[in-house]
Design a protein around this ligand. Structure first.
Ligand SMILES: Nc1ncnc2c1ncn2[C@@H]1O[C@H](COP(=O)(O)OP(=O)(O)OP(=O)(O)O)[C@@H](O)[C@H]1O
Length: 238
């Protein structure tokens, strides 16, 4: 499998002290990759760096083999990279419909933006029923659907998802994981999924990387990670 996105020897932090150290990562195209690790391991920082929100102090990020140095976040979106941050980022004062339309505003092909919006309503029936509801009236699961749906309206090639299961009932988490699989299979979507919920992440992912203290300490296919008892005990807590 070829890599859609790569990090090479990336070191990055918020101030002088690095949070990520010499991180190498290859995100295979058309697959779901889970990023696992304890609190504070650097998973969110990795996602923010890959989406262009944080600039590496050293190392480089490549999309389709092209160095992303100097590429702005808006341009990343145009190139098909969508980042759904932890906390969901729904605009609570706007309606469901307005939130979803925000995800397609930048697109020149207005007819396809409309089609993508309709597809999201087909995927997320609870959103279709609540089109005119303001974001603050939605449940946690619905907000998560909305954040995901808004990203999908932009027809991304790569979805960077931070903790989509946070605060959700297991059933809703299962639905979201199932949807990621469906999108991978039907559209070839590439997903990088940060999750505390290791079991659910490894149940849906094709491959996984394990982070500890700002470093990638392991990378393997998901089945291998599920079965590696030493790894599970040392880093994954189950
Ligand atoms: N905005 C920030 N400013 C300074 N330090 C930060 C900032 N955000 C995160 N850090 C630090 O970077 C380290 C890695 O945090 P990060 O959020 O990337 O980890 P994580 O693996 O995503 O953990 P969690 O699951 O708790 O979100 C932590 O030590 C954290 O305190």
């Amino acid at each position: 499998m070829s890599a859609l996105l790569e990090a090479e020897q990336v070191t990055v932090g918020y101030g002088a002290a690095p949070v990520l150290h010499d991180v190498d990562l290859a995100v295979p195209a058309g697959a779901i990759t889970a990023v696992l690790g304890a609190n504070g391991a650097g998973k969110t920082t990795l996602l923010r760096t890959l989406s262009g929100l944080l600039r590496p102090a050293r190392g480089r990020i490549l999309l389709d083999g092209q160095d992303l140095r100097g590429v702005r976040v808006e341009e990343m979106v145009r190139r098909g990279v969508a980042h759904v941050p932890e906390g969901r980022g729904v605009v609570t004062e706007l309606t469901v419909d307005e939130n979803l339309r925000l995800g397609g505003l930048w697109r020149k092909d207005r007819a396809d933006a409309k089609r993508a919006l309709d597809e999201v309503y087909d995927l997320f029936e609870p959103l279709a029923r609540r089109r005119r509801f303001p974001g603050h009236q939605l449940s946690g699961g619905e907000r998560q659907m909305l954040a995901l749906g808004r990203a999908l309206v932009g027809r991304p090639r790569l979805l960077l998802l931070d903790e989509p299961s946070l605060g959700l009932a297991p059933k809703v988490t299962g639905q979201i994981m199932g949807l990621l699989r469906t999108l991978r299979d039907s559209t070839g979507l590439t997903v990088l999924l940060v999750e505390q919920n290791v079991r659910s992440a490894l149940s849906v992912a094709d491959t996984g990387v394990v982070m500890s203290l700002g470093r990638v300490v392991a990378g393997a296919d998901a089945a291998t990670l599920r079965e590696d008892e030493d790894m599970r005990h040392a880093y994954l807590g189950f």
